[in-house]
Ligand binder design. Sequence first.
Ligand code: EPU
Length: 420
Amino acid sequence: MDKLRITGGQRLHGEITVSGAKNAALPILCATLLTADTVTLHNAPELRDIDTTLKLLSQLGVHVERNAESVTIRANELNSLEAPYELVKTMRASILVLGPLLARFGEARVSLPGGCAIGQRPVDQHIKGLEAMGADIHIEHGFVVAKAKRLKGAVIRTDMVTVTGTENLLMAATLAEGETILENAAREPEIVDLAELLIAMGAKISGHGTDRITIQGVERLHGAEHTIMPDRIEAGTFLCAVAATGGDLMLRRACPDTLGATLDKLREAGLHIETGPDWVRGTMYGRPKATGFRTSEYPSFPTDMQAQLMALNTIADGTAMVVETIFENRFMHVQELIRLGAQIEIDGNAAVVTGVSQLLGARVMATDLRASASLVIAGLAAKGDTIIERIYHLDRGYDRMESKLQAVGAQIERLTKEEE
Ligand code: EPU
Protein backbone atom coordinates (compact mmCIF):
# COMPACT_ATOMS: atom_id res chain seq x y z
CA MET A 1 0.00 0.00 0.00
CA ASP A 2 1.35 3.43 -0.94
CA LYS A 3 2.43 5.93 1.69
CA LEU A 4 3.30 9.59 1.59
CA ARG A 5 6.45 11.03 3.07
CA ILE A 6 6.33 14.72 3.87
CA THR A 7 9.24 16.75 5.15
CA GLY A 8 7.53 19.69 6.77
CA GLY A 9 8.52 23.30 7.10
CA GLN A 10 8.49 24.48 3.46
CA ARG A 11 6.43 27.54 2.61
CA LEU A 12 4.14 27.09 -0.40
CA HIS A 13 4.60 29.45 -3.35
CA GLY A 14 3.16 29.27 -6.84
CA GLU A 15 0.10 28.25 -8.80
CA ILE A 16 -2.18 25.24 -8.62
CA THR A 17 -4.97 24.42 -11.05
CA VAL A 18 -8.05 23.15 -9.25
CA SER A 19 -9.61 19.98 -10.71
CA GLY A 20 -13.26 19.23 -11.44
CA ALA A 21 -15.38 18.56 -8.36
CA LYS A 22 -15.60 14.93 -7.27
CA ASN A 23 -19.00 15.41 -5.66
CA ALA A 24 -20.40 17.04 -8.80
CA ALA A 25 -18.82 14.53 -11.17
CA LEU A 26 -20.24 11.46 -9.40
CA PRO A 27 -23.96 12.34 -9.72
CA ILE A 28 -23.36 13.80 -13.17
CA LEU A 29 -21.82 10.53 -14.42
CA CYS A 30 -24.87 8.67 -13.07
CA ALA A 31 -27.21 11.17 -14.76
CA THR A 32 -25.94 9.98 -18.14
CA LEU A 33 -28.03 6.83 -17.54
CA LEU A 34 -31.14 8.95 -18.08
CA THR A 35 -30.67 9.15 -21.85
CA ALA A 36 -29.80 6.85 -24.75
CA ASP A 37 -27.94 9.73 -26.43
CA THR A 38 -24.30 10.73 -26.00
CA VAL A 39 -23.30 12.95 -23.08
CA THR A 40 -19.89 14.59 -23.15
CA LEU A 41 -18.36 15.83 -19.91
CA HIS A 42 -15.33 18.07 -19.56
CA ASN A 43 -13.10 18.81 -16.55
CA ALA A 44 -13.57 15.30 -15.13
CA PRO A 45 -11.04 14.85 -12.31
CA GLU A 46 -8.64 11.89 -12.29
CA LEU A 47 -9.75 10.13 -9.13
CA ARG A 48 -10.29 6.61 -7.88
CA ASP A 49 -13.99 7.36 -7.24
CA ILE A 50 -14.43 8.48 -10.84
CA ASP A 51 -12.73 5.28 -12.07
CA THR A 52 -15.07 3.26 -9.85
CA THR A 53 -18.14 5.05 -11.24
CA LEU A 54 -16.97 4.55 -14.83
CA LYS A 55 -16.39 0.87 -14.04
CA LEU A 56 -19.90 0.63 -12.63
CA LEU A 57 -21.37 2.26 -15.75
CA SER A 58 -19.35 -0.08 -18.00
CA GLN A 59 -20.60 -3.10 -16.08
CA LEU A 60 -24.15 -1.91 -16.72
CA GLY A 61 -23.31 -1.94 -20.44
CA VAL A 62 -22.74 1.78 -20.94
CA HIS A 63 -20.15 2.88 -23.54
CA VAL A 64 -17.53 4.98 -21.83
CA GLU A 65 -14.65 6.74 -23.54
CA ARG A 66 -12.19 8.74 -21.50
CA ASN A 67 -9.79 11.16 -23.10
CA ALA A 68 -7.72 13.15 -20.59
CA GLU A 69 -10.19 15.45 -18.82
CA SER A 70 -13.15 14.60 -21.06
CA VAL A 71 -15.47 11.63 -20.86
CA THR A 72 -17.97 10.60 -23.51
CA ILE A 73 -20.78 8.36 -22.36
CA ARG A 74 -23.57 6.62 -24.18
CA ALA A 75 -26.08 4.52 -22.30
CA ASN A 76 -28.10 3.38 -25.29
CA GLU A 77 -28.32 -0.32 -24.47
CA LEU A 78 -27.77 -1.70 -21.00
CA ASN A 79 -27.09 -5.34 -20.21
CA SER A 80 -27.66 -5.09 -16.45
CA LEU A 81 -29.61 -2.95 -14.02
CA GLU A 82 -27.59 -3.99 -10.98
CA ALA A 83 -24.93 -2.19 -8.94
CA PRO A 84 -23.00 -5.01 -7.23
CA TYR A 85 -21.73 -5.10 -3.65
CA GLU A 86 -18.05 -5.14 -4.71
CA LEU A 87 -18.37 -1.65 -6.18
CA VAL A 88 -20.90 -0.13 -3.77
CA LYS A 89 -18.84 -1.15 -0.75
CA THR A 90 -15.87 0.84 -2.04
CA MET A 91 -17.95 3.87 -2.95
CA ARG A 92 -21.27 4.71 -1.35
CA ALA A 93 -22.09 7.22 -4.08
CA SER A 94 -22.94 4.19 -6.28
CA ILE A 95 -26.43 4.56 -4.78
CA LEU A 96 -26.76 7.44 -7.26
CA VAL A 97 -27.57 4.99 -10.07
CA LEU A 98 -30.80 4.00 -8.29
CA GLY A 99 -32.90 7.03 -9.29
CA PRO A 100 -31.78 7.18 -12.95
CA LEU A 101 -32.08 3.40 -13.60
CA LEU A 102 -35.51 3.23 -12.01
CA ALA A 103 -36.77 6.31 -13.84
CA ARG A 104 -35.62 5.21 -17.29
CA PHE A 105 -35.85 1.42 -17.15
CA GLY A 106 -38.50 0.89 -14.46
CA GLU A 107 -36.18 -1.35 -12.45
CA ALA A 108 -32.94 -1.29 -10.46
CA ARG A 109 -30.99 -3.43 -8.01
CA VAL A 110 -28.40 -1.57 -5.98
CA SER A 111 -26.42 -3.18 -3.20
CA LEU A 112 -27.27 -1.55 0.11
CA PRO A 113 -24.24 0.45 1.23
CA GLY A 114 -22.96 -0.64 4.63
CA GLY A 115 -21.87 1.69 7.41
CA CYS A 116 -18.74 3.65 6.74
CA ALA A 117 -15.91 5.16 8.72
CA ILE A 118 -17.48 8.59 9.17
CA GLY A 119 -20.93 7.36 10.23
CA GLN A 120 -23.88 5.09 9.55
CA ARG A 121 -25.04 6.96 6.48
CA PRO A 122 -28.36 5.26 5.77
CA VAL A 123 -30.19 5.74 2.45
CA ASP A 124 -33.72 5.63 3.86
CA GLN A 125 -34.55 9.08 2.50
CA HIS A 126 -33.63 8.08 -1.05
CA ILE A 127 -35.96 5.09 -0.69
CA LYS A 128 -38.76 7.04 0.97
CA GLY A 129 -38.70 9.64 -1.81
CA LEU A 130 -38.78 7.08 -4.61
CA GLU A 131 -41.64 5.26 -2.88
CA ALA A 132 -43.54 8.55 -2.73
CA MET A 133 -43.11 8.64 -6.51
CA GLY A 134 -44.83 5.27 -6.77
CA ALA A 135 -41.87 2.86 -6.72
CA ASP A 136 -42.19 -0.54 -5.12
CA ILE A 137 -39.01 -1.05 -3.10
CA HIS A 138 -37.78 -4.02 -1.00
CA ILE A 139 -34.52 -4.92 0.59
CA GLU A 140 -33.61 -8.40 -0.69
CA HIS A 141 -30.36 -10.24 0.03
CA GLY A 142 -28.58 -6.98 0.80
CA PHE A 143 -29.90 -5.20 -2.30
CA VAL A 144 -32.32 -2.33 -2.69
CA VAL A 145 -34.68 -3.77 -5.30
CA ALA A 146 -36.84 -1.10 -6.89
CA LYS A 147 -39.58 -1.35 -9.53
CA ALA A 148 -41.98 1.13 -11.06
CA LYS A 149 -43.92 1.25 -14.35
CA ARG A 150 -43.40 4.98 -14.62
CA LEU A 151 -42.58 7.14 -11.63
CA LYS A 152 -45.19 9.74 -10.76
CA GLY A 153 -44.51 13.27 -9.60
CA ALA A 154 -44.95 13.89 -5.87
CA VAL A 155 -44.27 16.41 -3.15
CA ILE A 156 -41.34 15.01 -1.16
CA ARG A 157 -40.01 16.47 2.04
CA THR A 158 -36.92 14.66 3.32
CA ASP A 159 -36.51 14.34 7.10
CA MET A 160 -33.08 15.94 6.91
CA VAL A 161 -31.11 17.74 4.25
CA THR A 162 -29.33 15.10 2.18
CA VAL A 163 -27.05 15.85 -0.73
CA THR A 164 -27.06 12.54 -2.63
CA GLY A 165 -30.69 11.99 -1.55
CA THR A 166 -31.67 15.25 -3.26
CA GLU A 167 -29.61 14.26 -6.31
CA ASN A 168 -31.17 10.81 -6.64
CA LEU A 169 -34.71 12.20 -6.38
CA LEU A 170 -33.94 15.10 -8.72
CA MET A 171 -32.65 12.72 -11.39
CA ALA A 172 -35.58 10.34 -10.96
CA ALA A 173 -38.11 13.17 -11.16
CA THR A 174 -36.87 14.40 -14.55
CA LEU A 175 -38.50 11.39 -16.26
CA ALA A 176 -41.51 11.01 -13.92
CA GLU A 177 -45.05 11.75 -15.01
CA GLY A 178 -46.11 15.19 -13.79
CA GLU A 179 -44.65 17.58 -11.27
CA THR A 180 -42.30 16.76 -8.39
CA ILE A 181 -41.48 19.20 -5.64
CA LEU A 182 -38.46 18.49 -3.44
CA GLU A 183 -38.79 20.32 -0.16
CA ASN A 184 -35.95 20.61 2.35
CA ALA A 185 -33.67 20.03 -0.64
CA ALA A 186 -29.90 20.36 -0.34
CA ARG A 187 -28.57 23.64 -1.73
CA GLU A 188 -24.98 22.56 -2.41
CA PRO A 189 -23.37 23.97 -5.58
CA GLU A 190 -22.90 20.38 -6.80
CA ILE A 191 -26.70 20.05 -6.96
CA VAL A 192 -26.84 23.17 -9.10
CA ASP A 193 -24.17 21.73 -11.40
CA LEU A 194 -26.15 18.49 -11.75
CA ALA A 195 -29.38 20.42 -12.41
CA GLU A 196 -27.62 22.43 -15.12
CA LEU A 197 -26.55 19.27 -16.91
CA LEU A 198 -30.08 17.84 -16.60
CA ILE A 199 -31.55 21.06 -18.03
CA ALA A 200 -29.08 20.85 -20.93
CA MET A 201 -30.42 17.30 -21.47
CA GLY A 202 -33.97 18.67 -21.75
CA ALA A 203 -35.18 18.41 -18.13
CA LYS A 204 -37.54 21.05 -16.75
CA ILE A 205 -36.18 22.13 -13.38
CA SER A 206 -36.46 25.31 -11.34
CA GLY A 207 -35.43 26.31 -7.84
CA HIS A 208 -32.13 24.37 -7.82
CA GLY A 209 -29.78 26.06 -5.36
CA THR A 210 -32.75 26.69 -3.03
CA ASP A 211 -34.41 24.30 -0.59
CA ARG A 212 -37.43 23.86 -2.89
CA ILE A 213 -36.76 22.33 -6.29
CA THR A 214 -39.58 21.89 -8.80
CA ILE A 215 -39.30 19.38 -11.62
CA GLN A 216 -41.79 18.91 -14.48
CA GLY A 217 -41.25 15.39 -15.75
CA VAL A 218 -40.61 14.88 -19.47
CA GLU A 219 -40.96 11.75 -21.67
CA ARG A 220 -37.30 11.59 -22.61
CA LEU A 221 -34.00 13.37 -22.20
CA HIS A 222 -31.37 13.88 -24.89
CA GLY A 223 -27.60 14.17 -25.14
CA ALA A 224 -25.65 17.20 -23.91
CA GLU A 225 -22.20 18.59 -23.27
CA HIS A 226 -21.22 19.93 -19.85
CA THR A 227 -18.16 21.18 -17.99
CA ILE A 228 -17.94 19.97 -14.39
CA MET A 229 -17.61 22.73 -11.79
CA PRO A 230 -14.30 23.26 -9.93
CA ASP A 231 -13.80 21.32 -6.70
CA ARG A 232 -14.47 23.71 -3.81
CA ILE A 233 -13.18 21.22 -1.23
CA GLU A 234 -9.90 20.70 -3.08
CA ALA A 235 -9.50 24.50 -3.32
CA GLY A 236 -10.29 24.90 0.39
CA THR A 237 -7.79 22.17 1.26
CA PHE A 238 -4.94 23.94 -0.56
CA LEU A 239 -5.88 27.24 1.10
CA CYS A 240 -5.68 25.56 4.52
CA ALA A 241 -2.28 24.19 3.50
CA VAL A 242 -0.87 27.62 2.66
CA ALA A 243 -2.42 29.08 5.82
CA ALA A 244 -0.56 26.38 7.78
CA THR A 245 2.83 26.67 6.06
CA GLY A 246 2.86 30.34 5.15
CA GLY A 247 3.52 31.51 1.59
CA ASP A 248 1.58 32.67 -1.42
CA LEU A 249 -0.67 30.37 -3.43
CA MET A 250 -2.67 31.18 -6.54
CA LEU A 251 -5.48 28.75 -7.31
CA ARG A 252 -6.53 28.79 -10.96
CA ARG A 253 -9.84 27.44 -12.28
CA ALA A 254 -11.39 27.89 -8.83
CA CYS A 255 -14.89 29.14 -8.11
CA PRO A 256 -14.78 31.56 -5.14
CA ASP A 257 -18.57 31.97 -5.18
CA THR A 258 -18.90 28.40 -3.87
CA LEU A 259 -16.30 28.88 -1.13
CA GLY A 260 -17.99 31.54 1.00
CA ALA A 261 -17.95 29.99 4.49
CA THR A 262 -14.48 28.49 3.99
CA LEU A 263 -13.00 31.82 2.87
CA ASP A 264 -14.65 33.61 5.81
CA LYS A 265 -13.07 31.21 8.30
CA LEU A 266 -9.66 31.32 6.65
CA ARG A 267 -9.73 35.13 6.71
CA GLU A 268 -10.53 34.90 10.41
CA ALA A 269 -7.49 32.64 10.79
CA GLY A 270 -5.33 35.36 9.23
CA LEU A 271 -5.06 34.25 5.59
CA HIS A 272 -5.08 37.21 3.23
CA ILE A 273 -7.45 36.30 0.39
CA GLU A 274 -8.02 37.88 -2.98
CA THR A 275 -10.50 36.53 -5.52
CA GLY A 276 -11.38 36.95 -9.18
CA PRO A 277 -14.08 35.29 -11.28
CA ASP A 278 -12.14 32.01 -11.55
CA TRP A 279 -9.23 32.33 -9.16
CA VAL A 280 -8.43 32.62 -5.47
CA ARG A 281 -5.12 33.78 -4.05
CA GLY A 282 -4.15 33.08 -0.45
CA THR A 283 -1.17 34.76 1.21
CA MET A 284 -0.07 34.01 4.76
CA TYR A 285 2.51 35.61 7.02
CA GLY A 286 2.97 34.57 10.62
CA ARG A 287 1.05 32.19 12.82
CA PRO A 288 -2.63 31.44 12.20
CA LYS A 289 -5.24 32.52 14.75
CA ALA A 290 -7.52 29.93 16.37
CA THR A 291 -10.86 29.82 14.54
CA GLY A 292 -13.85 27.99 15.98
CA PHE A 293 -16.54 26.71 13.66
CA ARG A 294 -19.55 24.45 13.29
CA THR A 295 -20.24 22.30 10.24
CA SER A 296 -23.63 22.47 8.62
CA GLU A 297 -25.35 22.23 5.25
CA TYR A 298 -24.44 24.66 2.47
CA PRO A 299 -24.07 27.63 2.58
CA SER A 300 -22.69 27.05 6.10
CA PHE A 301 -19.28 25.60 6.77
CA PRO A 302 -18.89 22.20 4.98
CA THR A 303 -18.24 19.01 6.92
CA ASP A 304 -15.85 18.09 4.09
CA MET A 305 -13.54 20.93 5.26
CA GLN A 306 -13.77 20.18 8.99
CA ALA A 307 -10.66 18.01 9.29
CA GLN A 308 -8.51 20.39 7.24
CA LEU A 309 -9.48 23.51 9.23
CA MET A 310 -8.97 21.53 12.42
CA ALA A 311 -5.42 20.72 11.26
CA LEU A 312 -4.82 24.44 10.84
CA ASN A 313 -6.15 25.08 14.35
CA THR A 314 -3.63 22.62 15.83
CA ILE A 315 -0.83 25.15 15.20
CA ALA A 316 -2.88 28.32 15.72
CA ASP A 317 -2.53 30.92 18.42
CA GLY A 318 -5.36 30.22 20.89
CA THR A 319 -8.10 27.66 21.46
CA ALA A 320 -10.92 26.80 19.07
CA MET A 321 -14.08 24.75 19.40
CA VAL A 322 -15.02 22.60 16.40
CA VAL A 323 -18.54 21.18 16.25
CA GLU A 324 -19.47 18.48 13.71
CA THR A 325 -23.21 18.33 13.09
CA ILE A 326 -23.47 16.25 9.89
CA PHE A 327 -21.72 12.94 10.61
CA GLU A 328 -21.58 11.22 13.99
CA ASN A 329 -18.06 9.85 13.66
CA ARG A 330 -16.01 12.33 11.73
CA PHE A 331 -13.21 12.94 14.23
CA MET A 332 -10.96 10.01 13.37
CA HIS A 333 -8.16 12.35 12.32
CA VAL A 334 -7.99 13.63 15.90
CA GLN A 335 -6.01 10.66 17.26
CA GLU A 336 -3.59 10.92 14.36
CA LEU A 337 -3.15 14.68 14.74
CA ILE A 338 -2.38 14.04 18.41
CA ARG A 339 0.44 11.74 17.27
CA LEU A 340 1.95 14.82 15.63
CA GLY A 341 1.74 16.71 18.91
CA ALA A 342 -1.66 18.39 18.58
CA GLN A 343 -3.68 19.13 21.70
CA ILE A 344 -7.28 18.15 21.09
CA GLU A 345 -10.02 16.99 23.41
CA ILE A 346 -13.24 15.48 22.13
CA ASP A 347 -16.56 15.76 23.90
CA GLY A 348 -19.37 14.19 21.87
CA ASN A 349 -19.61 16.03 18.57
CA ALA A 350 -17.33 18.85 19.74
CA ALA A 351 -13.56 19.03 19.73
CA VAL A 352 -11.54 21.63 21.60
CA VAL A 353 -8.27 22.37 19.88
CA THR A 354 -5.53 24.25 21.69
CA GLY A 355 -2.89 25.41 19.26
CA VAL A 356 0.73 24.38 19.83
CA SER A 357 3.67 26.34 18.47
CA GLN A 358 5.10 23.37 16.57
CA LEU A 359 3.93 19.93 15.43
CA LEU A 360 6.55 17.19 15.13
CA GLY A 361 6.53 14.71 12.24
CA ALA A 362 5.44 11.15 13.01
CA ARG A 363 4.00 8.04 11.40
CA VAL A 364 0.24 8.39 11.02
CA MET A 365 -2.59 6.58 9.33
CA ALA A 366 -5.22 7.99 6.98
CA THR A 367 -8.71 6.80 7.91
CA ASP A 368 -10.94 8.53 5.38
CA LEU A 369 -10.63 10.99 2.56
CA ARG A 370 -10.77 14.32 4.39
CA ALA A 371 -8.91 12.94 7.41
CA SER A 372 -6.06 12.14 5.00
CA ALA A 373 -6.07 15.70 3.72
CA SER A 374 -5.86 17.04 7.27
CA LEU A 375 -2.79 14.87 7.91
CA VAL A 376 -1.13 16.20 4.76
CA ILE A 377 -1.71 19.77 5.97
CA ALA A 378 -0.39 18.96 9.44
CA GLY A 379 2.61 17.12 7.94
CA LEU A 380 3.47 20.12 5.73
CA ALA A 381 3.56 22.34 8.82
CA ALA A 382 5.30 19.86 11.15
CA LYS A 383 9.01 19.74 11.85
CA GLY A 384 10.72 16.69 10.37
CA ASP A 385 9.29 13.73 8.48
CA THR A 386 5.68 12.58 8.55
CA ILE A 387 4.76 9.27 6.95
CA ILE A 388 1.08 8.91 6.10
CA GLU A 389 -0.09 5.35 5.61
CA ARG A 390 -3.16 4.13 3.70
CA ILE A 391 -3.25 7.03 1.32
CA TYR A 392 -5.59 5.17 -1.00
CA HIS A 393 -8.22 7.22 0.81
CA LEU A 394 -6.59 10.37 -0.55
CA ASP A 395 -6.51 8.98 -4.10
CA ARG A 396 -10.28 8.52 -3.99
CA GLY A 397 -10.91 12.23 -3.89
CA TYR A 398 -7.81 14.33 -4.65
CA ASP A 399 -6.47 14.58 -8.17
CA ARG A 400 -2.65 14.10 -8.09
CA MET A 401 -2.37 15.92 -4.80
CA GLU A 402 1.28 15.25 -4.20
CA SER A 403 2.40 16.48 -7.63
CA LYS A 404 0.31 19.63 -7.24
CA LEU A 405 1.94 20.29 -3.85
CA GLN A 406 5.44 19.45 -5.10
CA ALA A 407 5.02 22.06 -7.83
CA VAL A 408 4.51 24.78 -5.21
CA GLY A 409 7.51 23.82 -3.10
CA ALA A 410 6.27 21.10 -0.74
CA GLN A 411 8.62 18.24 0.05
CA ILE A 412 6.20 15.40 -0.42
CA GLU A 413 6.70 12.06 -2.12
CA ARG A 414 4.80 8.86 -2.65
CA LEU A 415 6.45 5.73 -1.39
CA THR A 416 5.41 2.51 -3.02
CA LYS A 417 5.54 -0.82 -1.17
CA GLU A 418 9.25 -1.47 -1.68
CA GLU A 419 10.53 2.02 -0.85
CA GLU A 420 10.66 3.73 2.53
N1 EPU B 1 -28.88 10.68 6.03
C1 EPU B 1 -29.85 9.81 6.50
N2 EPU B 1 -30.64 9.16 5.58
C2 EPU B 1 -30.49 9.31 4.24
C3 EPU B 1 -29.51 10.20 3.76
C4 EPU B 1 -28.71 10.87 4.68
O1 EPU B 1 -30.00 9.64 7.70
O2 EPU B 1 -31.24 8.68 3.48
C5 EPU B 1 -28.03 11.42 6.99
C6 EPU B 1 -26.56 11.03 6.89
O3 EPU B 1 -26.27 9.88 7.65
C7 EPU B 1 -25.88 12.28 7.40
C8 EPU B 1 -26.79 13.41 6.89
O4 EPU B 1 -28.03 12.79 6.62
O5 EPU B 1 -25.85 12.29 8.79
C9 EPU B 1 -26.30 14.11 5.63
O6 EPU B 1 -25.86 13.15 4.70
P1 EPU B 1 -25.92 13.37 3.13
O7 EPU B 1 -26.91 12.43 2.55
O8 EPU B 1 -26.07 14.82 2.81
O9 EPU B 1 -24.46 12.89 2.70
P2 EPU B 1 -24.12 12.16 1.35
O10 EPU B 1 -25.02 12.66 0.29
O11 EPU B 1 -24.01 10.70 1.58
C10 EPU B 1 -22.47 13.93 0.40
C11 EPU B 1 -21.03 13.95 -0.03
C12 EPU B 1 -20.15 13.82 1.20
C13 EPU B 1 -20.45 15.00 2.12
C14 EPU B 1 -21.95 15.02 2.47
C15 EPU B 1 -22.35 16.21 3.30
C16 EPU B 1 -21.11 13.01 -2.23
C17 EPU B 1 -20.80 11.88 -3.13
N3 EPU B 1 -20.80 12.85 -0.96
O12 EPU B 1 -22.66 12.68 1.06
O13 EPU B 1 -18.80 13.91 0.75
O14 EPU B 1 -19.70 14.89 3.30
O15 EPU B 1 -22.72 15.03 1.27
O16 EPU B 1 -22.05 17.39 2.65
O17 EPU B 1 -21.61 14.04 -2.67
C18 EPU B 1 -16.48 13.60 0.87
O18 EPU B 1 -16.39 14.10 -0.27
O19 EPU B 1 -15.47 13.41 1.60
C19 EPU B 1 -17.79 13.25 1.39
C20 EPU B 1 -17.96 12.40 2.41
